[in-house]
Design a protein around this ligand. Structure first.
Ligand SMILES: [Fe+2]
Length: 289
């Protein structure tokens, strides 16, 4: 699934690595203005809600200057910080290509941006999701190592035929992860930080379950792509996430998972570390519409 990336750009010519030129100079004034609007709105929203490393990443990457970031400038700064680069792709990237890029510390991003009419609702990730959502944390050395480790894990999972299980780890951490910050919870997943509505829902709404992160539990759990999440998993720290991922013996873990049933999104298990037992009111209200 790799980020559920389904873009609508006309596909420019690309090689085996799917990399295309960002063609930064071809963005229109309206496209830059859309970026600026989204950026200002999300930055204000996130100040008290997002993991501090994200705000530090924005600063390191100097992304607060106006307009859509130029990937070559972004990559230069990111390379100095953690050895990562951002490369443009036409949208749909095969799993093998996606993992290969991550394993080599290259983050693939779409180059197109939503229209002004689509500010709040987007079926497919755009450059705002991909760059604003994902890139700031790539400036954090520990998170940067986690993303590379995930790419390497993806290559192994492909060989084992277990991509669907591993994709859940990406979904519930890189896209929709929460993290402890003292007694508070903060957001770090790109799917949340790039969504105005879910930035509030994920932390404040009584509907979803919030459960302590456990790698096997996460990889057993289905997820939904059509609405806010019904469960969020909470990591203690990026160090702990990286350690659990590096320490996991994925071969036996996949064998164990193959014998276990998948879990529905709203399930709470007896062994779960439950931080919030959600009402599921949001999902129930959507279901009766
Ligand atoms: Fe994403």
């Amino acid at each position: 699934m790799c980020d559920n990336r389904r873009m609508t750009d006309a596909a420019p010519t690309h090689g085996d690595d799917f990399i295309i030129p960002q063609a930064w100079s071809s963005y229109t004034a309206t496209e830059h203005a859309t970026w600026d609007r989204l950026f200002a709105r999300q930055q204000a929203m996130l100040q008290p809600r997002v993991v501090p490393a994200f705000l530090e990443g924005l600063d390191v990457l100097r992304m607060s200057k106006p307009g859509i970031p130029d990937f070559s400038e972004l990559s230069e700064r990111l390379m100095r910080a953690t050895g990562w680069q951002v490369v443009a792709v036409p949208g749909l990237v095969p799993d093998a290509v996606f993992y290969e890029h991550l394993a080599n510390r290259r983050f693939v991003a779409g180059r197109s941006i939503r229209t002004p009419e689509q500010l709040d609702y987007l079926e497919e990730p755009d450059i705002f999701h991909d760059v604003f959502g994902h890139v700031p944390l790539l400036a954090n050395p520990v998170f940067a190592d986690y993303m590379q480790a995930y790419g390497e894990g993806g290559r192994r999972a492909q060989a084992l035929g277990t991509i669907d299980k591993l994709a859940r780890l990406y979904w519930y951490t890189v896209e929709f992860g929460l993290i402890k910050d003292g007694d508070a919870l903060k957001i770090f997943g790109a799917g949340i930080v790039s969504s105005h509505g879910e930035s509030v829902f994920a932390l404040d709404d009584p509907s979803p379950n919030r459960i302590g992160f456990d790698i096997k539990r996460v990889m057993q759990t289905r997820y939904r792509i059509d609405d806010y999440q019904q469960a969020y998993f909470v990591i203690d720290s990026f160090e702990d996430l990286l350690r659990q991922t590096l320490d996991a013996d994925f071969g036996p873990l996949y064998e164990e998972l193959a014998a276990l049933p998948d879990l529905d999104v709203d399930v709470i298990l007896p062994g779960d570390k439950v931080l919030t037992r959600g009402t599921q009111a949001h999902a129930l209200a959507q279901a009766v519409r």
